[in-house]
Design a protein around this ligand. Structure first.
Ligand code: EPS
Length: 402
């Protein structure tokens, strides 16, 4: 399975094409739009989220509520396009020097042409790489707006996984240094509570402290990063493989999550803390009885050993840096004059850690769904299910048949 997205932040729409997705998987508009709405939330989001109401419009690949096996194509319209159409038009130069923004109390307009790179964003590296002095050409695609399309793609992956009892969820454990050490899978009720939290935190006290921290950052024209956990339950053992570096599923998951804008680190299970433990403290003892089946004494491995899932819940943590667009502006240099200049603000968020958790769910779901398709094969959901059940029966017999 593979997917591509296209679209600029202030173009007419974001588009995704998914190829190789099995046929006969039930799909509803609500299931996809629900995740798109979750991505838009979180205390500390900026004005853009007040404008957009992300919804998928299916162009192909779904008929009567079922995938058809043909490429799935969808679009998510950018409502803000109406304000930017004169600036982002494909065949005519920008009509104006500035764009008047809506729904942003701190910024009423931005320049069409941007020549001062924001430290921490794609601006300067993109300018070097593509030879631009107008950074608008980089900003538009580097914007995290594109992650809406990934969440749409991930929603399809989640629908496939649900057919096998696999669930992917997430929550926030730290924002701006306020946080807890907690890395367990949640029950569906707990996940629903997290999704009600203004910062998607695991408890209300923590949420209140995080909101306070975000409000302090707002007053200082600062931005904040944080840490979120993504977990997956019901994952069968044996997804991924030990045989080649690029088939190791922890590597694939790390790449998928590191590919989200702002993510600077990914760890599994005990993660970096595991480096300080003794071997006997780190590794999860194995036991088996016919009544209980295979059991592990803990889950320090985060559900992955030898580049393969081991049947325990998948536990991944990711660190997100503070958003690099600051309303105070950071020291920089103008690309045209080479003179020192404060980087201008684009409309942005104070923090997007709660949203990044939802995007990471999508990417984790995509990697797991791809691994399921690779291991159990077939063009249709019933074929996948048949192979999956045969594999599970082999496992329940104590070995997988040899
Ligand atoms: C985002 C859309 C963006 C920003 C944010 C996330 O809107 P715009 O492109 O109009 O600024 O609100 O992106 C960033 C903070 C960033 O640095 O790229 C979204 O849809 O999530």
């Amino acid at each position: 399975m593979r997917f591509l997205t296209a679209g600029e932040s202030h173009g007419p729409a974001l588009v995704a094409i998914i190829e190789g997705f099995p046929a006969k998987v039930p799909v509803t508009q609500e299931a996809i739009d629900r995740d798109l709405a979750r991505r838009q939330l979180g205390h500390g989001r900026g004005g853009r989220m007040k404008i957009e109401r992300d919804q998928v419009e299916i162009m192909s690949g779904i008929r009567a509520g079922m995938t058809m096996g043909s490429p799935i194509c969808f679009r998510i319209n950018n409502r803000d396009w109406t304000r930017w159409s004169g600036v982002m038009a494909p065949f005519t130069p920008p009509e104006a020097d500035t764009v008047t923004l809506a729904a942003d109390p701190l910024l009423d307009k931005v320049s069409t042409v941007v020549t001062t790179p924001r430290p921490g964003h794609a601006d300067l590296s993109g300018a070097f790489k593509y030879g631009y002095t107008d950074l608008r050409n980089i900003i538009e695609r580097a914007s995290a707006r594109e992650t809406a399309a990934r969440v749409g793609v991930g929603a399809f992956a989640k629908l496939l996984l649900a057919q096998f009892g696999i669930f992917v969820g997430s929550y926030v454990t730290r924002i701006g240094g306020v946080g807890v050490d907690y890395s367990k899978p949640l029950t569906p009720t707990e996940q629903a509570q997290v999704d009600q939290s203004p910062v998607r935190a695991v408890n209300p006290e923590l949420a209140a402290a995080m909101v306070e921290k975000i409000e302090a950052a707002r007053g200082q024209k600062e931005t904040l990063g944080g840490v979120f956990v993504v977990y997956a339950t019901g994952v069968p053992p044996g997804l991924g493989s030990h045989v080649h570096w690029d088939r190791r599923i922890d590597g694939q998951l790390a790449q998928a999550v590191m590919g989200i804008p702002g993510i600077k680190g990914v760890e599994f299970g005990a993660g970096f803390k595991g480096a300080d433990l003794l071997g006997s403290q780190m590794h999860d003892a194995i036991s088996y009885t016919p009544e209980t089946g295979w059991e592990r004494a803990g889950n320090q491995a985060g559900g992955i050993e030898g580049g393969m899932t081991n049947g325990e819940p998948l536990i991944l943590r990711a660190a997100m840096k503070p958003i690099p667009t600051l309303y105070q502006g950071l020291p920089s240099v103008d690309l045209e004059t080479r003179e020192p200049r404060t980087a201008g603000a684009e409309r942005s968020d104070l923090t997007a850690v709660p949203a990044a958790g939802v995007v990471a769910e999508a990417m984790v779901a995509w990697v797991l769904a791809s691994a399921m398709q690779e291991k159990f094969g077939g063009d249709t959901l019933p074929e996948l299910q048949q192979a999956f059940h045969a594999y599970r029966e082999g496992l329940d017999g104590g070995t997988n048949g040899s």
